[in-house]
Design a protein around this ligand. Sequence first.
Ligand SMILES: [Zn+2]
Length: 236
Amino acid sequence: MGAAIAAGGAATLLAYSVFYSGSQVFAPVIRRLCDHRAVALTFDDGPSPVFTPRVLEILAKHNAKGSFCLIGRNVLRHPALAARIVAEGHTVVNHSWDHDHNGIWRSRAYWTDQLEWTSRVIVDTTGKKPALFRAPMGFKTWPQSCAVKRAGLHYLAWRVRGWDTLNWAPETIVRIITSQLRGGDIVTLHDGLEPARRASSQERTVQALPRIIEAIQRRGWRCVTLEGNLPLAVYG
Ligand SMILES: [Zn+2]
């Protein structure tokens, strides 16, 4: 009986460690900014030739900055877009090469390659070396965390998620985010498409984004990049 309870507890702890995006069991994870009068909007899975330019235009129009968690394969396909993200003053984050959902079963060597290839293509196309890694789906494992530390990267998670890859209406995405938003939050949205998926539309994200930014700015907060605004000294 005691052994069964202990096994159940260990399984629960392991599931929490791997699947909860904010778990710090394997390594420190950044979920909030140190500036509580700012919010960091992060955009995952790009760059996308359809949606990334529109996100960049909305950010520029609102005098807002963001952070883009880039998939290595997508940077290789759209290098000019990655360069434009940096040229316009936004942060770039390593989001793995393949964004493979089976990555949680893979070795440290696999993760070392995923991180290295992605950082290299980002440096080659933008001149900026990423300091942060966002794990695909936020899932972390021990071998992955060893590779992250070895690569000199830090985990970037989020506190608020827009669930914008689901088929919610733009108003619903706005409500999901604004109803739980606090100063200092890191918010996750999507501007791109995982390489293994054939079709996904971030049209709803693009439609929701101006209203999200306006709601943040109405509270007197700024939309900022991650550089200089993190609780850990990851940018030296
Ligand atoms: Zn992703």
